[in-house]
Design a protein around this ligand. Structure first.
Ligand code: ATP
Length: 138
């Protein structure tokens, strides 16, 4: 069975959308295999976002991700990587289609980083790597 790492970013937790986002994941038919609320530090975020180091939004992204607790979940199901990305919608919440998490619940707040509520792994290799980072020892 395929697994993906889902994060509810600090904006989602702060706005009280944790339940709504988990509800959508479960309503789609995916299962929660692990779930935790934690604060991310520089070391974890540098590893998680290594591919973005050097980009203009990297520093604001790391600051944003440290601005409050994050919900991390391992979600499982057949084709869940693709399925969760479809549930999440496009990266830019202003353009994300209605019906998606970002399209229904997010918008542009005029900040340097897109506060787009969720993260989902983008490939099986990323999923294994990211689950190892957020759930060490799993
Ligand atoms: P996607 O679902 O599109 O892959 P993602 O979360 O994987 O979204 P990445 O391209 O990996 O997106 O970027 C990581 C995060 O960095 C985004 O979710 C968003 O919060 C932020 N980000 C990405 N691109 C920009 C940008 N051009 N300006 C500001 N913030 C950005």
């Amino acid at each position: 069975i395929e697994r993906t790492l889902v994060l509810i970013k600090p904006d989602g937790v702060r706005r009280g959308l944790t339940g709504e986002i988990l509800r959508r994941i479960e309503a789609k038919g995916y299962a929660l295999a692990a779930l935790t609320l934690r604060s991310a530090d520089d070391e974890l975020l540098a590893a998680h976002y290594a591919e973005h180091e050097g980009k203009p939004f990297y520093a604001p992204l790391v600051e944003f991700m440290k601005s409050g607790p994050v919900v991390a979940a391992v979600v499982e199901g057949h084709r869940v990587i693709e399925g969760f990305r479809s549930l999440a919608g496009a990266t830019d919440p202003t353009g994300a289609l209605p019906g998606t998490i970002r399209g229904d619940l997010g918008r542009d707040w005029g900040l340097k980083v897109q506060q787009n509520l969720v993260h989902g792994s983008d490939s099986p290799e990323s999923a294994v790597r990211e689950i190892g980072l957020w759930f060490p020892g799993s």
